[in-house]
Every structure is written in structure tokens, then in C-alpha cells.
Design a protein around this ligand. Structure first.
Ligand SMILES: Nc1ncnc2c1ncn2[C@@H]1O[C@H](COP(=O)(O)OP(=O)(O)O)[C@@H](O)[C@H]1O
Ligand SMILES: N[C@@H](CC(=O)OP(=O)(O)O)C(=O)O
Length: 535
């Protein structure tokens, strides 16, 4: 069993959820006692399925020791794919599809879904009535906006953002009302129009993120002693939130709020106990990692184990704020901490924070050696639904021109490449599932100018991730011989671009088997604290 001792990263933060909630009418949850800030981010499916636990237990349980800021995504009652944000994006597409009025029905579904949730959980009549009015107003406004888009037959990226923002507004209104219902003074905070400075869309650099964290913190602090319930949606981002940041933006909003408030910890609540050595749905023996570095967490996110939006980590870690992944279904679990293995000792963060270095006991208990190297890989992950595009040069151009032309063509069609393997006249590229099929077809047509092109579908990328793998002699040999022994065919290998990741492309139908054999051979001892010998 993992150790349940409190993290040495915390100063006064309680290791586990408290069960007693102070409901004294004079109790000011975020009162002026200068308790450290804690930012809690709740994803769409958690809001959809566990809103009662969140507002009734999780948030109140931290209020005696912390000032809490709650950041919410749009509600998903089943899965993210059928959640409010996807419905809103479908409604936007429908409004500009000739002859389609599907958006009217979609807005009605969204309205009823939120009215039902409010009715189900909010018991105080006046709280309920107020939130019902707010939901109806937001949905009426959305419908009018979509009607206008239909008339002018146009939805700009900014309009798409305005439509998408409705999801976070609706979910935050319900969470704020429900907290009030449970005796916690709360306030809805909308970050939709918080950016009022002009930034160059081609230069969204650290200055931009610093500006955002200051602006978000200022908006949050306006609510004084009340618990802020903040929309994960924020605008107006140059180039639009969807294009400049992408889906999963609530993680980034929460991170920037944590930085702006100089929070003690950023908690990202999910429906899994934390980050495991492999997807626990696919590998029965997968074990919870108590601690993982930001680089490893990013790599896992890029390659299929969606942990946290990659832009998030950099912001929070720069400010030396630990991130903790926790489970809404198991609030007492310690979760996984994302924190650098080599904190700059003695050097303060931009906020002046001096975070204590990790204790040697904690390092040893989590598979690190005292020189901060890890003795084995950290996790294995699979990215499904991958295609490989092979291009063989027709030799009418020299090789440097060949690559330049290929990449500018891919750029024109907005295609990002996950893995690449090249020789002078041949290039193989693995592309992720997010590529729209029609765009690929168009890009392939254009690429045929430079050589023969073929595509292989139904593939997956298998990645072994570990901060210190670069120091482990023979690790890739062990990985590939393990796959070979299991009869797993390797379509493409890419190694070396990232020192912490060895990846290869395999057949999609062999992905679960591959995950399990690699886990058994290379990760079976990770997380077993007593046995930190090589796995
Ligand atoms: N290495 C991993 N550790 C933890 N979860 C993982 C891993 N790889 C994949 N997953 C999957 O990622 C999902 C993330 O949890 P979930 O709460 O559903 O996400 P979200 O709230 O972001 O929609 C889990 O269902 C889990 O099965
Ligand atoms: N609703 C947004 C924002 C978000 O971050 O969602 P989640 O936290 O559920 O991944 C999206 O789906 O992208």
C-alpha cells in the first residue's frame, strides 16, 4: 500500500480531506485569516457525476485550513465526447449548415440537462429559483446568438469561443448555487471578458501568461470572503481560446489562478486516483505513482494518457507550486504530486516562494535514487487511432528541399506530427487521431508532388516514459526484445528526440497486449516502495 504520510511539500496543508464542515453562520470560508490559497480544478465529468460530493464534501472540507478557489469545466453527464462543450461546438456547426436547425434542439438539451441537475441537488427554493433564471437567460442568449450566426451564415473563431463559454458559465452557476445551498458563501466569477490588453496572436509568450495570472487573481480577489467559483473558460484570447490554447483549457485557467494567488497547491480532481504506471483500465497491475516530474507528466499527456493540459505544468512549476492529481471518488487518497525532481535549491519562484526540496525518504520511497535519478522507467502509455504517412522522394529535388516542402505542406493543412523517422529520401510520420480525414486527403494529394505517398491506418503509438531513461543502458533493447518475444510487430521506431521517451508504432489491435508485456517486463516493481531495485 502506498504510504499515506503527508507530503513534505505542504506547509500547513492537511494531508487528507477533513470530514467536518464548519457551518457556523458567522464562519467566513475565505476569511481574512490569511490562510494559504488552494486552487481546486474539477473536470467536466466530475461536475457531471459528482457535483454533490464536490460542493457538499470536498470543497467545504478544506475551508478550515485554506482559502479555496474552485475552477470548473463544462458539465459532461456521461463522457467528455457527449458533454456540454462538444454539444455547443456541434450547435455552432449546425447553425451554419444550410437547412439544419439541429442547434435549436441542442440548446434545449443543454438547458434541460442543467435545469435537471439544479433541481436534483439544490434544496433551498430561492437558490434554486435564482439559478434556474440564470440558466434560462444564458440559454436564451445562446439561442439568439446562434440564430444571428445562422442569418449571417458565419461563425468566426471568436464567435465559437463565445458559444463555448456558455458551458463553463452554466456549470459554475450550479456549483456556486449548490455551495450556497450547503452553507458555504460562494460567488460565480466569469473570466470570459477578463483580458483587456492587446497581445500579438503570434507572440503569446510568458508576458501574456503573467498578465493572465495577474488578471485572473484580481478577478478572484474581488469576491472577498466568499469562495470564488471560476469559469475554466477565459477570453478574449488572441486568435481564440480554441485555436491558441485548445481543449482542456480549464487546467490552464486553474494553473494561472494558482500562480496569481501564489497558491500552496493546485489540485486537479479527476475520476482516477492519480497517475499510474499505465492506464489502470488497460493494465490490471498498474500502480499509482506518488510523485512524477512535470516533464514525464507532459510526455504522458502528449502520448495518450491525458493527465493535464501540457501548457499548465510549465506555469505552475515555474512558480514552484506543486500540482496534485486527486480522485473525486476517493477524496481521502493522497493522489499523485507533479513536481520537479530538481527544485532549484534556495532559489525563489517569481512569487518569491522557497519550496523545500523533496526529502530523501520520499525520493527513495518513490523510485528515485538520492542523486535524483530514477532506477527504472516511470510509465508506459498508448496513443490510439494513429496513422503513418510514408513519403518516398521522386528525387526531383535535393533532400533538404524535400523536407522543407513536406513540412510546409503539412503546416498548410494544420497537420501535426507525433513521431517521425527519416532517411535522405524517405520520411515516415505518425499522425494523431485529431487530424480531420478530409484534411489528410488534401495534404496527401499535395504531397504527391514530391514523391510517392501511402498511408497505413489502425495503428497506435507505444511510449515508454522515464526521466532518467537516458542513463539506463540497454533499456530500448529490453523494450524492443520484449515486444518481439510477444510477437508484436513494430511498424516504426523513433528514439532520441526526447531523452525521456522511447516510442514506437505498432498495430492498434496489439496495443493492450503490448502495454501489458512492457509493464510486466519493465515496470512491475515501480511503486513498490520496499523494492526499489531495478524492475
Ligand atoms: N497513466 C495513467 N494514469 C492514470 N490514468 C490514466 C493513465 N493513462 C490513461 N489514463 C486514463 O485517463 C483517464 C483520466 O481520468 P478522467 O477523470 O476520466 O479524466 P478527465 O476528468 O480529464 O476527463 C482515466 O480514465 C484513466 O483510465
Ligand atoms: N470544457 C472544456 C474545458 C476543459 O478543460 O474540460 P475538462 O476539464 O473536462 O477536460 C473542454 O472540454 O475542453
Amino acid at each position: 500500500m502506498p504510504s499515506m504520510t503527508p507530503s513534505p511539500l505542504r506547509k500547513s496543508f492537511p494531508p487528507h480531506m477533513k470530514v467536518e464542515v464548519n457551518l457556523n453562520p458567522n464562519f467566513k470560508p475565505n476569511g481574512p485569516e490569511h490562510k494559504p490559497w488552494l486552487v481546486q480544478k474539477f473536470g467536466g465529468t466530475s461536475i457531471g457525476k459528482f457535483i454533490d460530493t464536490i460542493a457538499g464534501n470536498i470543497v467545504p472540507s478544506y475551508l478550515t485550513t485554506n482559502r479555496v478557489a474552485v475552477v470548473c469545466s463544462a458539465r459532461s453527464s456521461e463522457s467528455k465526447s457527449s458533454g456540454t462543450t462538444n454539444r455547443l461546438l456541434r450547435a455552432a456547426a449546425s447553425a451554419i449548415t444550410p437547412g439544419s436547425n439541429e442547434y435549436i434542439e441542442t440548446v434545449q438539451e443543454i438547458r434541460l440537462d442543467h435545469l435537471d441537475a439544479a433541481q436534483k441537488y439544490i434544496s433551498n427554493d430561492s437558490n434554486l429559483k435564482r439559478v434556474q433564471e440564470e440558466i434560462n437567460l444564458d440559454c436564451d442568449h445562446l439561442k439568439s446568438f446562434l440564430e444571428a450566426a445562422q442569418i449571417i451564415n458565419e461563425i468566426s473563431p471568436r464567435s465559437k469561443d463565445i458559444i463555448m463559454a456558455v458551458g463553463e458559465k452554466l456549470s459554475c452557476r450550479i456549483v456556486a448555487a449548490l455551495l450556497e445551498d450547503r452553507g458555504v458563501e460562494a460567488q460565480f466569477i466569469n473570466l470570459e471578458n477578463v483580458i483587456d490588453a492587446v497581445f500579438d496572436v503570434n507572440c503569446l509568450d510568458q508576458n501574456f501568461y503573467d498578465y493572465l495570472s495577474r488578471a485572473f487573481a484580481a478577478a478572484v480577489l474581488k469576491c472577498g470572503d466568499r469562495v470564488p467559483v471560476v469559469t475554466g473558460f477565459f477570453g478574449s484570447v488572441p486568435g481564440s481560446l480554441l485555436t491558441s490554447i485548445g481543449r482542456g483549457y480549464t487546467d490552464l485557467a486553474a494553473a494561472l489562478i494558482a500562480v496569481g494567488l501564489d497558491a500552496e497547491e493546485l489540485q486537479v480532481w479527476k475520476e482516477v486516483d492519480g497517475i499510474f504506471t499505465a492506464d489502470p483500465r488497460k493494465v490490471k497491475e498498474a500502480r499509482l505513482l506518488n510523485i512524477i516530474t512535470p516533464e514525464e507528466a507532459s510526455e504522458l499527456t502528449y502520448y495518450g494518457s491525458e493527465v493535464i493540459h501540457p501548457f499548465t505544468m510549465e506555469q505552475v512549476i515555474r512558480a514552484q507550486i506543486p500540482i496534485r492529481i486527486k480522485n473525486v471518488m476517493n477524496p481521502l487518497g493522497a493522489g499523485t504530486i507533479i513536481f520537479p525532481d530538481q527544485p532549484s535549491s534556495g532559489s525563489a519562484s517569481p512569487n518569491g516562494r522557497n519550496t523545500p526540496p523533496l526529502s530523501s525518504k520520499m525520493l527513495l520511497e518513490n523510485g528515485y535514487q538520492l542523486d535524483l535519478s530514477r532506477r527504472h522507467p516511470t510509465a508506459v502509455t498508448i496513443k490510439d487511432n494513429v496513422w503513418v504517412l510514408n513519403i518516398h522522394s521522386n528525387r526531383k529535388s535535393v533532400s533538404h528541399g524535400f523536407f522543407a516542402q513536406i513540412f510546409s505542406t503539412l503546416d498548410r493543412y494544420g497537420i501535426t506530427v507525433d513521431l517521425i523517422s527519416t532517411s535522405e529520401v524517405h520520411i515516415s510520420m505518425a499522425l494523431g487521431a485529431n487530424v480531420i480525414e478530409t484534411e489528410i486527403e488534401k495534404a496527401m494529394e499535395a504531397l504527391r508532388t514530391f514523391g510517392t505517398v501511402d498511408v497505413i491506418k489502425e495503428l497506435a503509438i507505444l511510449s515508454l516514459v522515464g526521466k532518467q531513461m537516458k542513463n539506463m543502458v540497454g533499456i530500448s533493447g529490453r523494450m524492443f526484445s520484449t515486444l518481439a518475444k510477444a510477437g508484436i510487430n513494430i511498424e516504426m521506431i523513433s528514439q532520441g528526440a526526447s531523452e525521456i521517451n522511447i516510442s514506437c508504432v505498432i498495430l492498434a489491435r496489439q496495443s493492450i497486449q503490448a502495454l501489458n508485456v512492457i509493464h510486466e517486463e519493465l515496470l512491475r516493481n515501480v511503486g513498490k516502495f520496499a523494492e526499489v531495485q531495478d524492475a
